[in-house]
Design a protein around this ligand. Structure first.
Ligand SMILES: CC(C)(COP(=O)(O)OP(=O)(O)OC[C@H]1O[C@@H](n2cnc3c(N)ncnc32)[C@H](O)[C@@H]1OP(=O)(O)O)[C@@H](O)C(=O)NCCC(=O)NCCS
Length: 292
């Protein structure tokens, strides 16, 4: 089992592209994202010829480790690589102090909430290794061919003294632009540091403000190509900000070439269903196993 260094990550991305058929378009970006997590996160990538696994320690619970990504090239399957990769990831996690391993997203930097049920071989692998299915999570899908216009809402909000803006772009490796930091601070204050990291690292970040005070935000692309997170401050709810911010993000995702958007790891079914006609679609099983 070899530890994957920076130079070999491109090969790992190639394996992920070949294996992750439900995510092929963004598989390389997922390897990239997982290899640039929040500072302080302990993580590794381990490989055998034709297979790779990425694992990380939870920043929230020091006894929990995550298997973030597992991929074996189609032509190399059925020969024990998947099993060996998971065992090697567990060994690494145990050495880092984990008492439990999970196939579950490690927020804020994750590829999936758990194992997509359609990656059935992976679910079978987890179960054959003694993992317990302990939770279900899902995404919603928004078709981006629908009407995403917000002009009337913007005019109404303007009359109420609320303006809606796009934050400056994130610049990886450099301090983020001014309004992005201000919005991320708002997110950290009202929700948590994990969402704040996502706001800072999102491809697109929109926010509403009144009298210089941020009232709500919506982001996409922190998890490559997915929408989220979003939130409106409790005292600004009911103004219709969420709907406008969501639509502005989705319109930007459409402009970036996406035909549909995944609303990741939801969340309020009714809000997304009513605001943009989104439907529940991808389902993920979360698995865990105590490490002896
Ligand atoms: C899941 C995956 C990594 C398995 O890799 P692999 O090298 O074929 O796995 P192994 O040869 O070590 O098989 C070990 C176990 O996996 C399960 N498994 C493997 N192929 C399977 C298949 N076609 N159907 C059902 N279970 C399968 C079985 O439980 C098997 O052990 P068993 O037959 O003794 O029960 C591989 O199928 C893959 O890359 N799939 C796509 C990517 C993916 O799903 N990643 C996980 C995303 S969270």
């Amino acid at each position: 089992m070899a530890v994957v260094g920076a130079a070999e990550l491109a090969e790992a991305a190639g394996i992920a592209e070949a294996a992750l058929t439900l995510d092929a378009g963004e598989a390389a970006a997922l390897v990239g994202r997982l290899s640039r997590p929040p500072s302080g996160r302990r993580w590794t990538a381990l490989a055998v010829p034709g297979g790779v696994v990425m694992a990380s320690m939870s920043g929230k619970d020091p006894g929990v480790g995550h298997i973030d990504l597992l991929a074996v090239r189609p032509e190399a399957r059925g020969e024990g690589r998947g099993r060996a990769l998971v065992r090697a990831a567990e060994e690494w996690l145990r050495a880092e102090g984990a008492r439990q391993a999970r196939f579950a997203g490690n927020p804020p930097c994750y590829a999936w909430p758990g194992i997509d049920v359609r990656y059935t071989a992976a679910a079978c692998l987890a179960e054959s290794l003694g993992y317990e299915r302990y939770h279900v999570a899902w995404n919603m899908t928004a078709d981006l061919g629908v009407d995403l216009s917000v002009e009337d809402d913007l005019a109404r909000l303007e009359r109420a003294g609320v303006s809606v803006r796009s934050a400056g772009p994130a610049s990886p490796g450099t301090p983020a632009g001014g309004d992005r930091e201000r919005v991320a601070a708002f997110v950290g204050e009202h929700w948590n540091e994990r969402w704040a990291w996502e706001a800072l690292n999102a491809t697109g970040l929109h926010y509403a403000e009144r009298d210089g005070r941020v009232l709500g935000f919506a982001a996409w692309g922190a998890r490559p190509s997915w929408f989220g997170p979003m939130g409106t401050a409790p005292d600004a709810r009911g103004l219709g900000l969420g709907r406008v911010l969501l639509r502005r993000c989705l319109a930007e995702q459409r402009a970036a070439g996406q035909a549909e958007a995944q609303i990741g790891w939801v969340g309020p079914l009714r809000f997304y269903s009513r605001a943009v006609g989104a439907r529940a679609e991808r389902v993920f099983w979360l698995y865990r196993r105590d490490l002896a």
